[in-house]
Ligand binder design. Structure first.
Ligand code: TAP
Length: 487
Protein backbone atom coordinates (compact mmCIF):
# COMPACT_ATOMS: atom_id res chain seq x y z
CA UNK A 1 0.00 0.00 0.00
CA UNK A 2 1.30 3.46 -0.87
CA UNK A 3 1.03 5.89 2.01
CA UNK A 4 0.28 9.50 1.12
CA UNK A 5 2.78 11.42 3.22
CA UNK A 6 0.60 14.55 3.15
CA UNK A 7 -1.90 12.72 5.36
CA UNK A 8 -1.23 12.21 9.07
CA UNK A 9 -0.24 8.79 10.36
CA UNK A 10 -1.44 8.16 13.91
CA UNK A 11 0.68 6.05 16.23
CA UNK A 12 0.05 3.91 19.27
CA UNK A 13 0.16 5.65 22.65
CA UNK A 14 2.27 3.51 24.97
CA UNK A 15 3.78 4.60 28.27
CA UNK A 16 3.16 8.27 27.52
CA UNK A 17 4.80 8.20 24.06
CA UNK A 18 3.44 7.96 20.51
CA UNK A 19 5.14 4.96 18.90
CA UNK A 20 4.92 3.11 15.60
CA UNK A 21 4.09 -0.56 15.39
CA UNK A 22 6.96 -3.01 14.94
CA UNK A 23 4.97 -4.42 12.00
CA UNK A 24 5.87 -1.32 9.99
CA UNK A 25 2.31 -1.51 8.64
CA UNK A 26 -0.44 1.10 8.71
CA UNK A 27 -4.02 1.06 7.46
CA UNK A 28 -5.98 3.92 5.90
CA UNK A 29 -9.15 5.15 7.55
CA UNK A 30 -11.61 6.20 4.85
CA UNK A 31 -14.40 8.77 4.79
CA UNK A 32 -17.66 6.85 4.19
CA UNK A 33 -19.20 9.93 2.53
CA UNK A 34 -16.30 9.88 0.04
CA UNK A 35 -14.32 6.69 0.05
CA UNK A 36 -11.53 8.20 -2.04
CA UNK A 37 -10.61 10.43 0.93
CA UNK A 38 -8.20 9.03 3.51
CA UNK A 39 -8.84 10.65 6.89
CA UNK A 40 -5.61 9.31 8.40
CA UNK A 41 -3.45 6.22 8.68
CA UNK A 42 -3.45 4.06 11.81
CA UNK A 43 -1.05 1.39 13.03
CA UNK A 44 -1.67 -2.26 12.28
CA UNK A 45 -0.09 -3.37 15.53
CA UNK A 46 1.28 -6.69 16.72
CA UNK A 47 1.08 -8.51 20.03
CA UNK A 48 4.55 -7.14 20.82
CA UNK A 49 3.21 -3.57 21.19
CA UNK A 50 0.20 -4.81 23.03
CA UNK A 51 2.43 -6.52 25.56
CA UNK A 52 4.48 -3.32 25.99
CA UNK A 53 1.30 -1.35 26.62
CA UNK A 54 -0.04 -3.84 29.16
CA UNK A 55 3.30 -3.97 30.98
CA UNK A 56 3.49 -0.16 31.09
CA UNK A 57 -0.08 -0.02 32.39
CA UNK A 58 0.68 -2.59 35.08
CA UNK A 59 3.65 -0.62 36.38
CA UNK A 60 1.88 2.76 36.18
CA UNK A 61 -1.19 1.48 38.03
CA UNK A 62 0.84 1.00 41.19
CA UNK A 63 1.34 4.75 41.65
CA UNK A 64 -2.01 5.73 40.09
CA UNK A 65 -4.05 3.69 42.55
CA UNK A 66 -2.29 5.42 45.45
CA UNK A 67 -3.55 8.87 44.40
CA UNK A 68 -6.80 9.97 46.00
CA UNK A 69 -9.97 9.76 43.94
CA UNK A 70 -10.05 13.55 43.86
CA UNK A 71 -6.51 13.69 42.47
CA UNK A 72 -7.36 11.21 39.76
CA UNK A 73 -10.58 13.10 39.06
CA UNK A 74 -8.57 16.29 38.53
CA UNK A 75 -6.97 14.68 35.45
CA UNK A 76 -10.42 13.91 34.07
CA UNK A 77 -11.48 17.52 34.67
CA UNK A 78 -8.45 18.71 32.72
CA UNK A 79 -9.11 16.22 29.90
CA UNK A 80 -12.71 17.50 29.75
CA UNK A 81 -11.48 21.07 29.39
CA UNK A 82 -9.11 20.10 26.57
CA UNK A 83 -11.78 18.09 24.76
CA UNK A 84 -14.20 21.00 25.07
CA UNK A 85 -11.59 23.34 23.60
CA UNK A 86 -10.94 20.91 20.73
CA UNK A 87 -14.61 20.01 20.15
CA UNK A 88 -14.85 21.34 16.59
CA UNK A 89 -11.72 19.47 15.53
CA UNK A 90 -12.66 16.18 17.21
CA UNK A 91 -16.24 16.30 15.92
CA UNK A 92 -15.07 17.04 12.38
CA UNK A 93 -12.78 14.01 12.44
CA UNK A 94 -15.66 11.90 13.75
CA UNK A 95 -17.94 13.00 10.92
CA UNK A 96 -15.22 12.36 8.37
CA UNK A 97 -14.35 8.98 9.81
CA UNK A 98 -17.77 7.43 10.39
CA UNK A 99 -20.29 9.68 8.67
CA UNK A 100 -22.68 10.97 11.34
CA UNK A 101 -23.64 14.60 10.76
CA UNK A 102 -21.51 17.33 12.30
CA UNK A 103 -24.23 18.49 14.74
CA UNK A 104 -24.57 14.89 15.95
CA UNK A 105 -20.79 14.54 16.22
CA UNK A 106 -20.61 17.77 18.23
CA UNK A 107 -23.42 16.52 20.46
CA UNK A 108 -21.50 13.31 21.08
CA UNK A 109 -18.28 15.18 21.82
CA UNK A 110 -20.13 17.43 24.27
CA UNK A 111 -21.47 14.25 25.85
CA UNK A 112 -17.87 13.03 26.18
CA UNK A 113 -16.98 16.24 28.02
CA UNK A 114 -19.95 15.83 30.36
CA UNK A 115 -19.07 12.18 31.08
CA UNK A 116 -15.52 13.15 31.97
CA UNK A 117 -16.81 15.81 34.37
CA UNK A 118 -19.33 13.44 35.92
CA UNK A 119 -16.70 10.79 36.62
CA UNK A 120 -14.21 13.40 37.81
CA UNK A 121 -16.78 14.09 40.54
CA UNK A 122 -17.13 10.37 41.27
CA UNK A 123 -13.59 10.51 42.64
CA UNK A 124 -15.05 12.31 45.68
CA UNK A 125 -18.15 10.20 46.26
CA UNK A 126 -18.59 7.33 48.66
CA UNK A 127 -17.22 3.91 47.84
CA UNK A 128 -18.50 1.86 50.74
CA UNK A 129 -20.99 1.27 53.54
CA UNK A 130 -20.78 0.64 57.23
CA UNK A 131 -22.58 -2.61 58.05
CA UNK A 132 -23.55 -3.27 61.69
CA UNK A 133 -21.56 -6.20 63.03
CA UNK A 134 -23.11 -8.73 65.42
CA UNK A 135 -19.99 -8.17 67.52
CA UNK A 136 -20.45 -4.92 69.42
CA UNK A 137 -16.67 -4.51 69.67
CA UNK A 138 -16.14 -4.57 65.92
CA UNK A 139 -16.39 -2.17 63.03
CA UNK A 140 -17.42 -3.67 59.71
CA UNK A 141 -17.50 -1.81 56.44
CA UNK A 142 -16.99 -2.20 52.70
CA UNK A 143 -14.35 -0.52 50.62
CA UNK A 144 -13.72 -0.64 46.91
CA UNK A 145 -10.41 -1.29 45.18
CA UNK A 146 -9.50 -1.06 41.50
CA UNK A 147 -9.30 -4.20 39.34
CA UNK A 148 -5.78 -3.37 38.08
CA UNK A 149 -5.30 -3.07 34.32
CA UNK A 150 -8.52 -2.79 32.32
CA UNK A 151 -8.74 -3.65 28.62
CA UNK A 152 -11.23 -1.51 26.70
CA UNK A 153 -12.59 -2.67 23.32
CA UNK A 154 -14.93 -0.27 21.53
CA UNK A 155 -17.03 -0.10 18.33
CA UNK A 156 -17.09 2.60 15.66
CA UNK A 157 -20.59 4.00 16.14
CA UNK A 158 -19.87 6.30 19.11
CA UNK A 159 -16.11 6.77 18.70
CA UNK A 160 -15.85 9.45 21.41
CA UNK A 161 -18.63 8.72 23.91
CA UNK A 162 -18.13 4.95 24.29
CA UNK A 163 -14.35 5.03 24.83
CA UNK A 164 -14.86 7.84 27.35
CA UNK A 165 -17.72 6.19 29.23
CA UNK A 166 -15.44 3.18 29.74
CA UNK A 167 -12.07 4.90 30.29
CA UNK A 168 -13.28 7.65 32.63
CA UNK A 169 -14.72 5.37 35.36
CA UNK A 170 -11.88 2.87 34.91
CA UNK A 171 -9.37 5.64 35.59
CA UNK A 172 -11.13 7.46 38.38
CA UNK A 173 -11.50 4.26 40.42
CA UNK A 174 -7.73 3.68 40.17
CA UNK A 175 -7.31 1.32 37.22
CA UNK A 176 -4.91 1.82 34.36
CA UNK A 177 -6.20 1.30 30.82
CA UNK A 178 -5.22 -0.20 27.50
CA UNK A 179 -7.76 0.66 24.81
CA UNK A 180 -8.19 -1.00 21.43
CA UNK A 181 -10.67 1.15 19.52
CA UNK A 182 -12.46 -0.02 16.37
CA UNK A 183 -9.92 0.29 13.58
CA UNK A 184 -12.57 2.13 11.52
CA UNK A 185 -12.52 5.07 13.93
CA UNK A 186 -9.06 4.86 15.45
CA UNK A 187 -8.16 8.38 14.30
CA UNK A 188 -11.03 9.85 16.33
CA UNK A 189 -9.95 7.78 19.34
CA UNK A 190 -6.37 9.04 18.92
CA UNK A 191 -7.78 12.59 19.20
CA UNK A 192 -9.44 11.69 22.49
CA UNK A 193 -6.20 10.17 23.79
CA UNK A 194 -4.38 13.38 22.80
CA UNK A 195 -6.75 15.27 25.11
CA UNK A 196 -5.71 13.07 28.04
CA UNK A 197 -2.07 13.55 27.09
CA UNK A 198 -2.55 17.33 27.01
CA UNK A 199 -4.22 17.03 30.42
CA UNK A 200 -0.97 15.51 31.74
CA UNK A 201 -2.16 11.97 32.51
CA UNK A 202 0.87 10.13 33.95
CA UNK A 203 2.82 7.91 31.53
CA UNK A 204 1.49 4.36 31.29
CA UNK A 205 -1.87 5.04 32.99
CA UNK A 206 -3.68 5.29 29.65
CA UNK A 207 -2.47 3.45 26.55
CA UNK A 208 -3.93 2.96 23.08
CA UNK A 209 -2.99 0.16 20.68
CA UNK A 210 -4.71 0.04 17.30
CA UNK A 211 -4.99 -2.96 15.02
CA UNK A 212 -7.35 -5.73 14.08
CA UNK A 213 -9.89 -7.06 16.53
CA UNK A 214 -8.83 -10.65 16.01
CA UNK A 215 -5.21 -9.85 16.93
CA UNK A 216 -5.16 -6.89 19.34
CA UNK A 217 -8.70 -7.32 20.72
CA UNK A 218 -8.23 -11.04 21.24
CA UNK A 219 -4.72 -10.37 22.58
CA UNK A 220 -6.18 -8.10 25.27
CA UNK A 221 -8.69 -10.77 26.25
CA UNK A 222 -5.96 -13.40 26.49
CA UNK A 223 -3.29 -11.30 28.24
CA UNK A 224 -2.62 -12.60 31.75
CA UNK A 225 -2.04 -9.07 33.12
CA UNK A 226 -5.42 -7.73 31.99
CA UNK A 227 -7.70 -7.94 35.01
CA UNK A 228 -10.92 -6.71 33.45
CA UNK A 229 -12.30 -6.42 29.91
CA UNK A 230 -15.04 -3.99 28.99
CA UNK A 231 -16.47 -4.46 25.50
CA UNK A 232 -19.15 -2.86 23.37
CA UNK A 233 -19.90 -4.31 19.97
CA UNK A 234 -21.58 -7.19 18.19
CA UNK A 235 -22.98 -10.31 19.83
CA UNK A 236 -20.70 -12.71 17.98
CA UNK A 237 -17.53 -10.98 19.13
CA UNK A 238 -18.93 -10.30 22.58
CA UNK A 239 -19.68 -13.95 23.24
CA UNK A 240 -16.15 -14.92 22.26
CA UNK A 241 -14.71 -12.25 24.54
CA UNK A 242 -16.87 -13.38 27.45
CA UNK A 243 -15.76 -16.98 27.02
CA UNK A 244 -12.09 -15.98 26.78
CA UNK A 245 -12.23 -13.76 29.86
CA UNK A 246 -14.13 -16.39 31.86
CA UNK A 247 -11.61 -19.07 30.96
CA UNK A 248 -8.86 -16.91 32.43
CA UNK A 249 -10.85 -15.71 35.43
CA UNK A 250 -10.83 -12.07 34.31
CA UNK A 251 -13.81 -9.83 35.04
CA UNK A 252 -15.75 -8.88 31.91
CA UNK A 253 -18.57 -6.67 30.79
CA UNK A 254 -20.28 -6.92 27.41
CA UNK A 255 -22.74 -4.48 25.84
CA UNK A 256 -24.02 -5.77 22.54
CA UNK A 257 -26.85 -5.54 20.03
CA UNK A 258 -30.47 -4.43 20.14
CA UNK A 259 -33.72 -4.80 18.18
CA UNK A 260 -35.52 -1.98 19.86
CA UNK A 261 -39.30 -1.66 19.57
CA UNK A 262 -41.55 1.36 19.75
CA UNK A 263 -45.21 0.70 20.57
CA UNK A 264 -47.78 3.25 19.42
CA UNK A 265 -51.19 2.68 20.99
CA UNK A 266 -54.55 4.18 20.03
CA UNK A 267 -54.15 6.64 22.93
CA UNK A 268 -50.84 8.02 21.65
CA UNK A 269 -49.98 11.55 20.63
CA UNK A 270 -49.37 10.56 17.01
CA UNK A 271 -47.29 13.58 15.98
CA UNK A 272 -45.00 13.06 18.94
CA UNK A 273 -44.70 9.35 18.13
CA UNK A 274 -43.86 10.07 14.50
CA UNK A 275 -41.15 12.62 15.42
CA UNK A 276 -39.60 10.25 17.95
CA UNK A 277 -39.71 7.28 15.58
CA UNK A 278 -37.95 9.23 12.84
CA UNK A 279 -35.32 10.47 15.24
CA UNK A 280 -34.84 7.09 16.94
CA UNK A 281 -34.66 5.13 13.70
CA UNK A 282 -32.73 7.39 11.34
CA UNK A 283 -30.40 9.61 13.36
CA UNK A 284 -26.82 8.36 13.04
CA UNK A 285 -28.16 6.45 10.01
CA UNK A 286 -29.75 3.93 12.39
CA UNK A 287 -26.34 2.90 13.70
CA UNK A 288 -27.11 3.18 17.40
CA UNK A 289 -27.48 0.13 19.59
CA UNK A 290 -30.63 1.82 20.94
CA UNK A 291 -31.99 2.73 17.49
CA UNK A 292 -35.68 2.11 16.81
CA UNK A 293 -36.02 -0.77 14.38
CA UNK A 294 -39.51 -2.18 15.00
CA UNK A 295 -42.58 0.04 15.24
CA UNK A 296 -45.65 -1.77 16.51
CA UNK A 297 -48.84 0.21 15.98
CA UNK A 298 -52.44 -0.41 17.07
CA UNK A 299 -54.89 -0.78 14.24
CA UNK A 300 -57.06 2.23 15.15
CA UNK A 301 -54.23 4.71 14.55
CA UNK A 302 -52.14 2.71 12.09
CA UNK A 303 -53.13 4.50 8.86
CA UNK A 304 -52.70 8.01 10.30
CA UNK A 305 -49.37 7.12 11.88
CA UNK A 306 -48.13 5.44 8.69
CA UNK A 307 -49.03 8.35 6.43
CA UNK A 308 -47.31 10.90 8.64
CA UNK A 309 -44.26 8.66 9.11
CA UNK A 310 -43.80 8.09 5.38
CA UNK A 311 -44.28 11.78 4.60
CA UNK A 312 -41.65 12.87 7.14
CA UNK A 313 -39.26 10.12 6.06
CA UNK A 314 -39.42 11.25 2.46
CA UNK A 315 -38.43 14.77 3.59
CA UNK A 316 -35.12 13.57 5.10
CA UNK A 317 -32.05 15.02 3.42
CA UNK A 318 -29.25 12.49 2.98
CA UNK A 319 -25.66 13.41 2.20
CA UNK A 320 -22.23 14.32 3.51
CA UNK A 321 -22.66 15.06 7.21
CA UNK A 322 -20.22 17.97 7.04
CA UNK A 323 -22.58 19.93 4.81
CA UNK A 324 -25.28 22.26 6.11
CA UNK A 325 -28.84 21.04 5.77
CA UNK A 326 -27.96 17.33 5.77
CA UNK A 327 -30.02 15.37 8.26
CA UNK A 328 -28.68 11.84 7.68
CA UNK A 329 -25.19 10.77 6.66
CA UNK A 330 -23.91 7.58 5.01
CA UNK A 331 -23.50 4.12 6.49
CA UNK A 332 -20.20 4.07 8.36
CA UNK A 333 -18.39 1.61 6.13
CA UNK A 334 -18.72 -0.68 3.14
CA UNK A 335 -19.52 -3.71 5.25
CA UNK A 336 -22.39 -1.93 6.96
CA UNK A 337 -23.65 -0.54 3.63
CA UNK A 338 -23.78 -4.02 2.08
CA UNK A 339 -25.40 -5.48 5.18
CA UNK A 340 -28.20 -2.89 5.14
CA UNK A 341 -28.86 -3.43 1.42
CA UNK A 342 -28.93 -7.17 1.89
CA UNK A 343 -31.48 -6.91 4.73
CA UNK A 344 -33.64 -4.74 2.45
CA UNK A 345 -33.56 -7.48 -0.21
CA UNK A 346 -34.34 -10.17 2.36
CA UNK A 347 -37.35 -8.17 3.59
CA UNK A 348 -38.72 -7.97 0.05
CA UNK A 349 -38.15 -11.70 -0.54
CA UNK A 350 -39.93 -12.57 2.69
CA UNK A 351 -43.00 -10.58 1.64
CA UNK A 352 -42.72 -7.26 3.47
CA UNK A 353 -44.05 -4.25 1.54
CA UNK A 354 -41.73 -1.33 0.85
CA UNK A 355 -43.32 1.98 1.84
CA UNK A 356 -40.37 4.37 1.60
CA UNK A 357 -36.73 4.30 0.51
CA UNK A 358 -35.19 0.91 -0.08
CA UNK A 359 -32.39 1.97 -2.41
CA UNK A 360 -28.78 2.98 -2.34
CA UNK A 361 -28.23 6.55 -3.53
CA UNK A 362 -26.28 6.78 -6.77
CA UNK A 363 -24.73 9.43 -8.99
CA UNK A 364 -23.21 12.70 -7.79
CA UNK A 365 -22.97 13.65 -4.92
CA UNK A 366 -23.45 10.09 -3.65
CA UNK A 367 -21.22 8.18 -6.06
CA UNK A 368 -18.24 7.72 -3.75
CA UNK A 369 -20.17 7.21 -0.51
CA UNK A 370 -22.14 4.52 1.29
CA UNK A 371 -25.54 6.24 1.14
CA UNK A 372 -28.82 4.40 1.65
CA UNK A 373 -32.30 5.94 1.67
CA UNK A 374 -34.20 5.93 4.96
CA UNK A 375 -36.41 2.90 4.51
CA UNK A 376 -39.78 1.72 5.84
CA UNK A 377 -41.41 -1.67 5.37
CA UNK A 378 -44.96 -2.63 6.30
CA UNK A 379 -46.80 -5.95 6.44
CA UNK A 380 -43.96 -7.18 8.59
CA UNK A 381 -44.60 -10.17 10.83
CA UNK A 382 -42.62 -10.90 13.94
CA UNK A 383 -40.97 -14.00 12.47
CA UNK A 384 -39.44 -12.14 9.52
CA UNK A 385 -35.70 -11.57 9.45
CA UNK A 386 -36.04 -7.76 9.60
CA UNK A 387 -38.17 -8.13 12.73
CA UNK A 388 -35.64 -10.38 14.45
CA UNK A 389 -32.07 -9.47 13.49
CA UNK A 390 -30.19 -6.28 14.23
CA UNK A 391 -29.74 -4.38 10.96
CA UNK A 392 -27.81 -1.40 12.34
CA UNK A 393 -29.05 0.83 9.54
CA UNK A 394 -31.91 3.19 8.59
CA UNK A 395 -34.65 0.58 8.24
CA UNK A 396 -38.01 0.50 10.05
CA UNK A 397 -40.22 -2.59 10.25
CA UNK A 398 -43.85 -1.51 10.72
CA UNK A 399 -46.06 -4.08 12.44
CA UNK A 400 -49.83 -3.56 12.78
CA UNK A 401 -51.55 -5.14 15.79
CA UNK A 402 -55.05 -5.46 17.24
CA UNK A 403 -54.30 -4.63 20.85
CA UNK A 404 -51.80 -3.36 23.38
CA UNK A 405 -51.44 -6.92 24.68
CA UNK A 406 -50.42 -8.20 21.24
CA UNK A 407 -48.04 -5.25 20.83
CA UNK A 408 -46.28 -6.14 24.07
CA UNK A 409 -45.99 -9.82 23.09
CA UNK A 410 -44.40 -8.89 19.77
CA UNK A 411 -42.13 -6.30 21.41
CA UNK A 412 -40.75 -9.06 23.65
CA UNK A 413 -40.51 -11.64 20.87
CA UNK A 414 -36.78 -11.14 20.15
CA UNK A 415 -33.52 -12.35 21.69
CA UNK A 416 -32.43 -8.77 22.46
CA UNK A 417 -33.53 -6.54 25.32
CA UNK A 418 -31.70 -3.22 25.19
CA UNK A 419 -34.16 -0.35 24.83
CA UNK A 420 -37.91 -0.02 24.22
CA UNK A 421 -40.40 2.79 24.16
CA UNK A 422 -44.14 3.29 24.13
CA UNK A 423 -46.33 6.19 23.06
CA UNK A 424 -49.59 6.31 24.99
CA UNK A 425 -51.56 8.52 27.35
CA UNK A 426 -53.06 5.48 29.07
CA UNK A 427 -51.51 5.10 32.52
CA UNK A 428 -52.47 1.42 32.76
CA UNK A 429 -50.60 0.69 29.52
CA UNK A 430 -47.61 2.68 30.74
CA UNK A 431 -47.45 0.63 33.95
CA UNK A 432 -47.86 -2.70 32.15
CA UNK A 433 -45.13 -1.68 29.73
CA UNK A 434 -42.77 -0.71 32.55
CA UNK A 435 -43.40 -4.01 34.32
CA UNK A 436 -43.52 -6.42 31.40
CA UNK A 437 -41.18 -5.06 28.77
CA UNK A 438 -37.98 -7.11 28.73
CA UNK A 439 -35.47 -4.31 28.20
CA UNK A 440 -32.78 -2.56 30.23
CA UNK A 441 -34.13 0.85 29.21
CA UNK A 442 -37.88 1.47 29.05
CA UNK A 443 -39.01 4.85 27.85
CA UNK A 444 -42.48 6.37 27.88
CA UNK A 445 -43.44 8.98 25.27
CA UNK A 446 -39.80 9.34 24.28
CA UNK A 447 -37.67 7.78 21.56
CA UNK A 448 -35.89 4.47 22.12
CA UNK A 449 -32.47 6.02 21.51
CA UNK A 450 -31.34 8.34 24.24
CA UNK A 451 -29.26 7.80 27.30
CA UNK A 452 -28.49 10.02 30.26
CA UNK A 453 -24.93 9.66 31.44
CA UNK A 454 -25.81 9.74 35.14
CA UNK A 455 -28.18 6.75 34.86
CA UNK A 456 -27.32 3.05 34.48
CA UNK A 457 -27.16 1.86 30.89
CA UNK A 458 -27.29 -1.71 29.60
CA UNK A 459 -29.50 -4.45 28.28
CA UNK A 460 -31.38 -7.58 29.26
CA UNK A 461 -31.44 -10.94 27.44
CA UNK A 462 -28.71 -11.22 24.80
CA UNK A 463 -28.02 -7.49 24.66
CA UNK A 464 -25.65 -7.56 27.58
CA UNK A 465 -23.66 -9.61 30.05
CA UNK A 466 -26.16 -8.14 32.53
CA UNK A 467 -23.86 -5.58 34.05
CA UNK A 468 -24.54 -1.87 33.65
CA UNK A 469 -22.40 1.02 32.49
CA UNK A 470 -22.42 4.74 33.27
CA UNK A 471 -23.71 6.62 36.28
CA UNK A 472 -23.05 5.18 39.70
CA UNK A 473 -23.52 1.68 38.27
CA UNK A 474 -20.11 1.92 36.55
CA UNK A 475 -18.52 1.44 39.96
CA UNK A 476 -19.78 -2.15 40.05
CA UNK A 477 -17.65 -3.21 37.14
CA UNK A 478 -14.53 -1.12 37.58
CA UNK A 479 -13.95 -1.95 41.24
CA UNK A 480 -13.91 -4.98 43.52
CA UNK A 481 -15.58 -4.85 46.93
CA UNK A 482 -13.55 -5.59 50.04
CA UNK A 483 -15.41 -6.31 53.24
CA UNK A 484 -13.38 -5.07 56.19
CA UNK A 485 -13.79 -6.28 59.75
CA UNK A 486 -11.90 -4.52 62.55
CA UNK A 487 -11.97 -5.82 66.09
P1 TAP B 1 -17.72 -5.54 16.44
O1 TAP B 1 -17.42 -6.00 15.08
O2 TAP B 1 -18.10 -6.54 17.45
O3 TAP B 1 -16.43 -4.74 16.92
C1 TAP B 1 -16.34 -4.13 18.17
C2 TAP B 1 -14.89 -4.10 18.60
O4 TAP B 1 -14.42 -5.43 18.82
C3 TAP B 1 -13.95 -3.48 17.57
O5 TAP B 1 -12.94 -2.78 18.24
C4 TAP B 1 -13.38 -4.72 16.89
O6 TAP B 1 -12.15 -4.51 16.28
C5 TAP B 1 -13.24 -5.65 18.09
N1 TAP B 1 -13.10 -7.06 17.73
C6 TAP B 1 -13.43 -7.68 16.58
N2 TAP B 1 -13.13 -9.00 16.66
C7 TAP B 1 -12.60 -9.22 17.88
C8 TAP B 1 -12.11 -10.37 18.56
N3 TAP B 1 -12.10 -11.57 17.98
N4 TAP B 1 -11.66 -10.22 19.81
C9 TAP B 1 -11.68 -9.03 20.42
N5 TAP B 1 -12.12 -7.89 19.83
C10 TAP B 1 -12.59 -7.99 18.58
O7 TAP B 1 -18.87 -4.44 16.45
P2 TAP B 1 -19.02 -3.16 15.53
O8 TAP B 1 -19.43 -3.62 14.18
O9 TAP B 1 -17.81 -2.30 15.66
O10 TAP B 1 -20.21 -2.37 16.23
C11 TAP B 1 -21.54 -2.62 15.96
C12 TAP B 1 -22.17 -3.46 17.04
O11 TAP B 1 -21.96 -2.84 18.30
C13 TAP B 1 -23.66 -3.59 16.92
O12 TAP B 1 -24.06 -4.91 17.18
C14 TAP B 1 -24.21 -2.68 18.00
O13 TAP B 1 -25.48 -2.99 18.47
C15 TAP B 1 -23.18 -2.82 19.04
N6 TAP B 1 -23.22 -1.68 19.95
C16 TAP B 1 -23.74 -1.88 21.19
C17 TAP B 1 -23.82 -0.83 22.07
C18 TAP B 1 -24.36 -1.08 23.42
S1 TAP B 1 -23.94 -0.06 24.59
N7 TAP B 1 -25.11 -2.10 23.70
C19 TAP B 1 -23.37 0.44 21.71
C20 TAP B 1 -22.86 0.60 20.44
C21 TAP B 1 -22.77 -0.47 19.57
P3 TAP B 1 -12.00 -4.01 14.74
O14 TAP B 1 -13.35 -3.73 14.22
O15 TAP B 1 -11.19 -2.80 14.86
O16 TAP B 1 -11.30 -5.10 14.03
Amino acid sequence: MTVDTQITTYKNFINGTWVESSSGKVEPSFNPANKTEVVGYVQLSTLEELDQAVKAAKVAQQAWKKLSGAERGAFLHKAADVLEKRMEEVATFMTKEMGKTLPEAKGETARGVAILRYFAGEGMRKVGDVIPSTDSNALMFTNRVPLGVVGVITPWNFPVAIPIWKMAPALVYGNSVVIKPAQETAVTCAKVIECFEEAGIPAGVLNMVTGSGSVIGQGLVDHEDINGITFTGSNDVGKRIGQGALARGAKYQLEMGGKNPVIVTKDADIDLAVEATISGAFRSTGQKCTATSRVIVERGVYETFKQKLVQKTNEITVGNGLEDGIWMGPCANENQFKTVLSYIETAKEEGATLLAGGNKLEGPPFKEGYFVEPTIFENVTSNMTIAQEEIFGPVIALIEVDSFKEALEIANDVKFGLSASIFTSNIGEMLSFINEMEAGLVRINSESAGVELQAPFGGMKQSSSHSREQGEAAKEFFTAIKTVFIK
